[in-house]
Design a protein around this ligand. Structure first.
Ligand code: HGY
Ligand code: MN
Ligand code: MN
Length: 409
């Protein structure tokens, strides 16, 4: 017998996944789009149907509060994000938000009054796909970014996060950061293979690794693909390709644990018979240790400068984001660990390879995360899958941990 209703959670997940659903079974629900609005509207309706009061801050962060006996206490918050990657999966973010709602629904089912209020949170723009960097609005909430910086982040068409959140009607009245939380729990699929390979059903997440993001612009010279001799070319794409190879080499050289990715590239003018004059691309570096990440940073800059010099192109390499390693709060970690034990789930402790809103919320409130396994560890892919049992187990552990932290009257 469980406290939570796994079938209801699964039904809500599948209902939410219809918003921005893709042919391959994933979701494409980018921040500030009409689909983002639809997902927010649905979430808000469900929360209000569950008796919650929903407040929204100026960047669209949504807080759905279930009252506790002691309204003066700061809430136990549970949440994640409803925005997705362009070829995202049904579970990344949505599971954390809807499992939080399931905890609320289950507290209602059992007529449980908690001492502290319990809240469900949807953070704006966790993915950083349309508007970089990621975790922008939980970052602004935590004071890592100014609200103006977050609102000013523009997509490739020049539209800003602030304009788009206002356009969809989710620029709320609450000042960002004013909505204080007693603690924050985030359930997420692991997005890697560790739990599935280890046979565990729960990951008690004790922290997150460090990250650095860069934007690189390589400028050569457009010229005709026919009459221009090879020796006279300033081919921005050839130089950028060597830099991409250098990024990958750095990832392999800084093992164990380093991750290095170029996920986004624009070639200009992108015409078949023109030697590319300009290439813009992203770099995503990660490592659990900040010192080692700094070593990767230095290697990137040295090698890209050497490649540019040799190719006769110019280089503009900009550090756009650094998120140092995060250590989560022991009391929140223990609540999750004990609740997993109570639910008789085989669990392991681990740190998060992916970034999550929890990494920033941890700056201003005691925070911890819970992972559940996803099939083949695949995520940021339309094939992303977590079983109904894994999702239900995650909600059950969240319920137990939230009750421990909020207190039962
Ligand atoms: O990039 C990340 O790790 C997260 O999915 N935004
Ligand atoms: Mn996520
Ligand atoms: Mn993600």
């Amino acid at each position: 017998m469980t406290n939570t209703n796994g079938q209801r959670l699964w039904d809500s997940l599948m209902e939410m996944a219809k918003i921005g659903g893709t042919e391959k079974g994933g979701v494409n629900r980018l921040t500030g789009t009409d689909l983002d609005k639809q997902s927010r509207d649905l979430f808000k309706r469900w929360c209000e149907e569950a008796g919650c009061t929903v407040t929204i801050d100026a960047l669209g962060n949504m807080f759905a509060r279930r009252p506790g006996k002691n309204s003066g206490k700061l809430p136990v918050a549970i949440g994640s994000h409803l925005d997705s990657q362009p070829t995202g999966g049904k579970y990344d973010g949505a599971l954390g938000v809807l499992a939080g709602l399931e905890v609320i629904r289950s507290l209602n089912d059992h007529g449980i009054e908690t001492d502290a209020p319990v809240e469900v949170v949807n953070w704006t723009n966790e993915e950083g796909s349309r508007f970089s960097p990621p975790m922008t609005c939980s970052g602004a909430y935590a004071g890592v970014f100014t609200v103006d910086y977050a609102a000013s982040r523009a997509d490739e068409n020049g539209k800003t996060l602030g304009e788009e959140i206002a356009r969809i009607g989710y620029a709320g009245p609450e000042p960002v950061g004013d909505h204080k939380l007693g603690c924050f729990l985030e359930l997420h699929i692991e997005q890697g293979p560790v739990l599935e390979e280890g046979g565990e059903k729960a990951g008690i997440v004790t922290g997150g690794q460090a990250q650095r993001w860069y934007e690189v612009t390589v400028t050569g010279q457009e010229a005709h693909a026919g009459p221009t001799p090879m020796a006279r070319r300033k081919d921005a794409l050839v130089a950028a390709s060597r830099m991409v190879d250098a990024v990958n080499a750095i990832g392999h050289e800084f093992q164990p644990n380093a991750c290095a990715t170029v996920g986004y590239m624009r070639v200009y003018p992108n015409s078949r018979n023109v030697i590319p004059g300009e290439v813009f691309f992203s770099v995503d570096f990660r490592h659990p240790d900040d010192e080692t990440l700094s070593g990767m940073d230095a290697a990137l800059k040295t090698r890209c400068e050497e490649i540019a010099e040799k190719a006769g192109v110019s280089l503009d390499l900009v550090d756009i984001w650094h998120c140092p390693p995060t250590i989560f709060d022991e009391r929140c970690v223990s609540a999750l660990r004990d609740a997993a034990q109570e639910a008789k789930l085989p669990a392991r402790e681990m740190i998060s390879g992916a970034g999550h809103d929890a990494l920033y919320v941890a700056r201003v409130a005691p925070t911890a995360m819970l992972f559940v396994p996803c099939k083949d560890g695949i995520s940021h892919n339309e094939a992303e899958y977590a079983s109904p049992e894994a999702c239900a187990a995650g909600a059950e552990v969240l319920f137990g941990a939230a009750l421990r932290l909020a207190g039962r009257v």
